[in-house]
Design a protein around this ligand. Structure first.
Ligand code: 2AM
Length: 477
């Protein structure tokens, strides 16, 4: 075979990825269960590069140079397993199967192990950036063996997004499921970012009394500063858009029930298993879930609450500045939580993930791309075992400078009855970390009282139990 890489599964993501490889000078074998899609790709985009269309699995495998590199772009779950089982028997030792779908990292770990035992490399790759990213340069998070990355990495570097300094947004994340795990947390952070932006919008609308157009303008200003990011940019676009049918702001004619595909939910489920407090991501997932409960919301319309007192123009402008501070501080917290989860996953599964490198490859191509990622990279590059982003001096200073406004914004939200679960959870996390003593001591006392669960003391080693039902003397636990 002559093709350096093959793509099977030519729905929009697969098609765009194949075109991206071809546009970057690679010979690309093409395959799809329904042959007409393969033909359509070649008919429409054949002039973009060198494609080798294949109508059968055997033909596809034969088109690939060895070691074969075969990218599967089908739906996560059973379809991925079915396609792996179709191709694995046709492959030889040292060949590489790449899963570019949104697989759960636990599935990737299972598949990698099974295929490794058959002499085949399996690389789970997280790909972020949507359809446009797949075509023009996504952020790419490959897992799998170091050996497979040596063969695959140079090809991925060609198609990856490039950061401002020219670095390709791809790096070997770690063994087996590490890539899909990091992609999962990326999506969790994306949920949190979106929720925080949504809360900022809600506050500017309800408390400052701004129109969507005015809020778009505000976001555009923010986007020239430290919040500079793709999500802020598209938020301004969405808010400035007018519905052609009604002439109303687009945001006012869209049903306010958010949907989700599930990677945010996975992030939270896994965080619960790992014991990592990702409260910002959890609130974002729950906020989408709550919005979708139409019946519950209908039934709650007559519940009492405060009515907003309008601000004058100067007060509104001052409030908007405070919201920017609250958004930035909350964003620092959600990245702190997300990176903590990656660190915990890395420890649990022995991946040895370089967090600075993760921040680096999120700088371009992906949905959470932002100037901010460069600021996260620096402290991790300086100190690979940094315990937390909040232990970085610069972030600590930033959050310290923002905290008065952050608190004022949440106080206003509470006073005026505007829900800000993301801002509030972030501040609660911050204050809990700061606290010298937490009421967890009381929780331990309660647990010891009703369940003899024992407790440790601040002044002595060991575990203890108080005889709550007896003379309340203390015994060794
Ligand atoms: P299709 O065009 O034949 O439906 C997204 O669904 C992509 O995954 C499509 O290219 C689709 O092929 C492919 N796909 C989905 N399930 C599949 C399966 N079980 N086997 C092979 N390809 C599958």
């Amino acid at each position: 075979g002559t093709a350096q890489i093959g793509v099977t599964g030519l729905a929009v993501m697969g098609r765009n990825l194949a075109r991206n490889f071809a546009r970057n000078g690679l010979t690309v074998a093409l395959h799809n269960r329904t042959v007409s899609k393969t033909r359509a790709l070649v008919d429409e985009f054949g002039a973009e590069g060198t494609f080798v269309p294949a109508e059968s699995a055997e033909e596809f495998v034969a088109a690939l140079e060895r070691p074969r590199r075969l990218v599967i772009m089908v739906k996560a779950g059973a379809a991925t397993d079915a396609v792996i089982e179709e191709f694995a028997p046709l492959l030889e030792e040292g060949d590489v199967i790449i899963d570019g779908g949104n697989a759960h990292f636990a599935d990737t770990r299972r598949r990698e192990k099974e295929l490794r035992e058959r002499g085949i490399h399996f690389v789970g790759v997280g790909i972020s950036g949507g359809e446009e990213g797949a075509l023009h340069g996504p952020s790419i998070m490959p897992g799998g063996s170091t050996e497979s990355y040596a063969s695959l990495g140079p090809l991925l570097e060609r198609i990856a997004a490039k950061a401002d300094d020219g670095t390709p947004c791809v790096a070997h994340i770690g063994p087996d499921g590490a890539g899909h795990f990091v992609k999962m947390v990326h999506n969790g952070i994306e949920y949190a970012d979106m929720q925080l932006i949504a809360e900022a919008y809600h506050l500017l609308r309800s408390v400052a009394g701004y129109s969507p157009a005015k809020i778009a303008e505000t976001f555009r200003t923010w986007n020239t500063g430290r919040l500079d990011s793709y999500l802020i940019d598209i938020t301004a676009e969405v808010l400035a858009h007018t519905d052609a049918d009604t002439g109303k702001p687009f945001v006012d004619i869209v049903a306010d029930q958010a949907e989700q595909k599930g990677t945010g939910r996975w992030t939270v489920q896994i965080a619960l298993d790992l014991g990592v407090p990702v409260s910002g991501i959890a609130e974002a997932v729950f906020a989408r879930s709550l919005s979708g409960h139409a019946g519950l919301r209908d039934a709650s319309q007559s519940l009492p609450g405060p009515t907003a007192a309008p601000l004058d123009e100067a007060e509104a402008a001052r409030f908007a500045d405070q919201v920017e501070q609250a958004l930035y501080a909350s964003k620092i917290v959600s990245y702190t939580q997300g990176f903590h989860q990656i660190q915990a996953g890395s420890e649990e599964y022995g991946w040895d993930i370089d967090l600075g490198s993760v921040a680096s490859l999120w700088r371009a191509g992906c949905i959470i791309r932002a100037a901010f990622l460069d600021r996260i990279r620096a402290p991790y590059d300086a100190r690979r075992d940094l315990p937390s982003l909040l232990s970085d001096k610069q972030f600590a200073e930033d959050i310290g400078a923002a905290q008065d406004d952050w608190r004022a914004v949440i106080a206003a939200a509470v006073g005026q009855g505007v829900p800000t679960p993301g801002f509030s959870a972030a501040l609660a996390y911050y204050d809990a970390l700061r606290a010298r003593r937490l009421p967890a001591a009381l929780t331990q006392g309660q647990r010891d009282f009703f369940g003899a669960h024992t407790y440790r003391r601040t002044d002595r080693e060991g575990s203890f139990h108080t005889l709550w039902g007896g003379d309340r003397s203390e015994v060794a636990g």
